[in-house]
Design a protein around this ligand. Structure first.
Ligand code: PLP
Length: 475
């Protein structure tokens, strides 16, 4: 506290502005507004209108000189912000690969917000540290990954890919007698990175952030579904990392891991799997065959915020050999030798201070159980198949084998597709994105939300058929 110069007046503490009662009223109000928002989801357009986006201006302005009551801030946020949201928490959002938020996981998120725990160290939050341990173990078992693997919570699959590949970089260089954490990459033995031609951009981003050079990757040709072709694998010697994919973002296809992983490992390569949504197929008996060989890998990246419907942001990484993850994420070169009574979350993750993501993951798994997760995966896959069948039946081209929850549909030439996709998005009944698949444009449908019902799909199909029908007549 500052003293006014030259005077002997004693500094008096500035009273806290928000009284206890006022704070509680504001939080009650926020809860009521959130519930009203959720109730309104089925009846509103999925992408906000231009007017709603324009009204976000009300949140801007110069730095506020004087403050406002918490309740006024929440009111402004709800009135100007809520209408400009994308209704991806509802049942008719099929863009990218986006999950909703399970009620138990959302409630856990609210409670964890009130807790405001720092999940970096056990000492900072025993509950966060324990819930992360439990949720990691549960997830690892549900995904069918090796029992001894170590894991970490991160923001999403991009950072999970980054973290898994950091462990890979550590291990393949350590095997060549190089300590990358101490010595850096300058002068190190070169690493060969083998990826499929349909690699997700987030893996390339991770590779670039790790200093491994996304322009240096060896791209292996893929088949019509985007799966890496086994006969295209290069003969690599020296430090090598092979990045495979479980769930292509367009087709849902899995690389033939059971064929490639043993070969790669026989040559001493590290096998990393990007399974942002696909790994959850392991929980559903009818999809488990896709997972063959997945457990042979050395590291795995996945998301909680996609198919498991945990609120943003929530990603998971697992590494077969805990020491590799520990060495890559350690801030102290010798720290991994020191035994502690507790598992310290920040010894396995890129961040030190961070929020307690294990809380929501724990709540989601606790609420659904294995059978509930299986049901979620099976149901969304069935709805995707239904989407595909209905669109094919209406005379449109479904470009992929619908093996999972992803559907690619083409309504004609590139221009027709882009007109239909824009019109579907503007119509507001549902939201689907555009993509390119092996030289053709397409509309992409991802069924990833617990909230999606058959009625949501039927309503969306009616809108898509009407819009695409109109586009045909206007050709
Ligand atoms: C979504 C996705 C990613 C990136 O995940 P984020 O959670 O957005 O970081 C990586 N790989 C695949 C296959 C994905 O579908």
């Amino acid at each position: 506290m500052q003293k006014s110069r030259g005077k002997s007046t004693r500094a008096r503490p500035i009273p806290r502005k928000s009284s206890g009662a006022g704070a509680e009223a504001a939080l009650q109000d926020a809860t009521q507004r959130a519930l009203r928002y959720l109730r309104g989801l089925p009846g509103r357009r999925v992408f906000p209108g231009a007017t709603e986006v324009q009204r976000l201006q009300a949140l801007d302005g110069p730095v506020p000189e004087s403050g406002a009551d918490a309740s006024q801030v929440i009111q402004l946020l709800d009135e100007a912000g809520s209408p400009a949201t994308v209704a991806s928490a509802g049942g008719r959002y099929f863009g990218f690969v986006v999950g909703g938020a399970l009620p138990a996981a959302l409630g856990a998120n609210w409670l964890a917000g009130a807790w405001n725990q720092n999940a970096g160290l056990f000492t900072l939050s025993p509950v966060a540290a324990r819930l992360e341990e439990i949720a990691l173990r549960w997830s690892r078992e549900l995904l069918g990954l090796p029992a001894g693997s170590e894991g970490a919570f991160v923001t999403g699959a991009t950072m999970a890919n980054f973290t898994g590949l950091a462990a890979a970089r550590h291990a393949v260089l350590a095997a060549a007698g190089w300590n990358v954490e101490e010595q850096g990459l300058a002068g190190s033995p070169p690493i060969t990175l083998v990826v499929g031609d349909e690699i997700h951009v987030s893996v390339l981003k991770a590779i670039s952030m790790l200093g491994l050079g996304r322009g240096r990757v060896v791209r292996v040709p893929v088949d019509r579904q985007g799966r890496m072709r086994t006969d295209g694998l290069p003969e690599a010697t020296g430090p090598t990392i092979v990045c495979l994919q479980a769930g292509n973002v367009n087709t849902g296809a899995f690389d033939p891991v059971s064929e490639i992983a043993p070969k790669a490992k026989a040559h001493g390569a590290w096998v990393h799997i990007d399974g942002a949504f696909g790994l959850w197929a392991n929980v559903a008996p009818s999809r488990r065959r896709l997972m063959e060989g997945i457990a042979l890998a050395d590291s795995w990246a996945t998301d909680g915020h996609k198919w498991l419907n945990v609120p943003y942001d929530n990603g998971l990484v697992f590494v077969r050999n805990p020491a590799d993850l520990r060495a890559a994420m350690s801030s102290d070169p010798a720290a991994y030798l020191v035994t502690s009574d507790h598992r310290e979350p920040s010894h396995f993750a890129p961040e030190m201070s961070r929020r307690a993501r294990g809380v929501e993951m724990w709540a989601a798994i606790r609420a659904l159980g294995r059978t509930g997760i299986a049901e979620l995966v099976e149901r969304t896959c069935q709805l995707a198949s239904y989407f595909g069948d209905q669109l094919r039946g209406a005379g449109f081209d479904v470009l992929n084998d619908v093996v999972l929850n992803q559907v690619l549909v083409s309504f004609g030439d590139d221009e027709t597709n882009s007109r239909v996709i824009s019109a579907v998005q503007a119509d507001g009944t549902c939201w689907c994105g555009g993509t390119r698949w092996q030289g053709r444009s397409a509309m992409r449908i991802s069924v990833s939300s617990w909230a999606t019902t058959k009625e949501d799909v039927d309503r969306s199909l009616r809108a898509i058929r009407r819009i695409a029908g109109d586009a045909r007549h206007h050709r």
